[in-house]
Design a protein around this ligand. Structure first.
Ligand code: GUN
Length: 297
């Protein structure tokens, strides 16, 4: 079997077209312009790329976009003051503080300070808790993108054996939680593997749906999966540079061996990545509608 590709870039483009129309409609009918602010502290090159992509996509869709690039030496007090000011700003419906923050800053306190209604990342403990009990306001963006890819590729989720490799707060834990909910596009049996799992291959071989967010290139190989598995590769690893200096990216899955057994697989790049930003835009539109009283939650 050679896998079909789950083309996240195409799915994302389709959702963005839908969002663009909705945003134009909100402006025409309600004079409402969703607003998203990004806050970046320091000069981490990968974070600069991500923030730039978020700003560019916002503009393309008609979302008001604001960007605060703060110096590495920013103090906790200064950052908290900025978040408090953004919490009060009526033009801003979504606040995104790019992670990781420099080591001297307390990430937890910053995330706790964001008004949960403006927390379009879904990282505030109120939103994490609501997700856990099956009453989410904002789904975290990468897991939301993964769920959309599964649904829109026609992958049966209900009753499926889902194995998640990786237990981060941003991807592993929330996607596992979302797929086990008693809800449409969920109702799966979920296993989470992590660095202390005794025999990861024992679990991955049972998976109907395998989601890999391990942060390590090629950590799942063809001998670790069963025939017909659907694979979602969340990894983005730079494994080298081309002669003209472009980054060469690889996922957490060994694409060449796994694709021979999988029914479907996401490519890297062009799989989960474009979905993450699209879900951020979707959450921002939702936040604007809730703030304007056009939607209950
Ligand atoms: N760093 C890596 N992924 C993310 C994300 O989804 N949101 C934020 N705020 N920071 C990140």
């Amino acid at each position: 079997m050679t896998a079909t590709l789950i083309k996240g870039a195409e799915v994302a483009a389709q959702i963005r077209e839908e969002l663009k129309k909705e945003i134009a409609d909100l402006k025409a009918k309600h004079n409402l312009v969703p607003g998203l602010v990004t806050v970046l502290v320091g000069a981490d090159p990968a974070s600069q790329v991500y923030v730039g992509q978020k700003e560019k996509t916002s503009k393309e869709l008609g979302i008001y976009s604001e960007r605060h690039d703060l110096p590495e030496k920013t103090t906790q007090k200064e950052l908290i003051a900025l978040v408090n000011q953004l919490n009060k700003d009526p033009k801003i419906h979504g606040i995104l503080v790019q992670l990781p923050l420099p080591k001297h800053l307390n990430e937890e306190e910053v995330l706790y300070t964001i008004n949960p209604r403006k927390d379009v990342d879904g990282f505030h403990p109120v939103n994490v808790g609501k997700l856990m009990i099956g009453e989410p306001d904002y789904l975290p963006c990468t897991p939301a993108g993964i769920q959309q890819l599964l649904i829109r590729s026609g992958t049966p989720i209900e009753g499926a054996e889902v194995v998640v490799v990786g237990r981060s707060n941003i991807v592993g834990k929330p996607i596992a939680n979302m797929l086990l909910q008693k809800a449409p596009g969920a109702n799966a049996t979920v296993t989470i593997c992590h660095t202390k799992t005794r025999d990861i291959a024992f679990h991955t071989r049972r998976a109907d749906i395998l989601i890999v967010a391990a942060g390590k290139p090629k950590s799942v190989t063809g001998d670790m999966v069963k025939n017909g598995v659907v694979v979602i590769d969340v990894g983005v690893n730079e494994i080298g540079k081309t002669a003209d200096g472009k980054r060469i990216l690889a996922g957490d899955v060994d694409f060449d061996t796994v694709k021979e057994k999988a029914k479907a697989i996401t490519p890297v790049p062009g799989g989960v990545g474009p979905m993450t930003i699209t879900m951020l835009m979707m959450n921002t539109v939702r936040a604007a509608k809730v703030a304007a009283g056009l939607m209950k939650k």
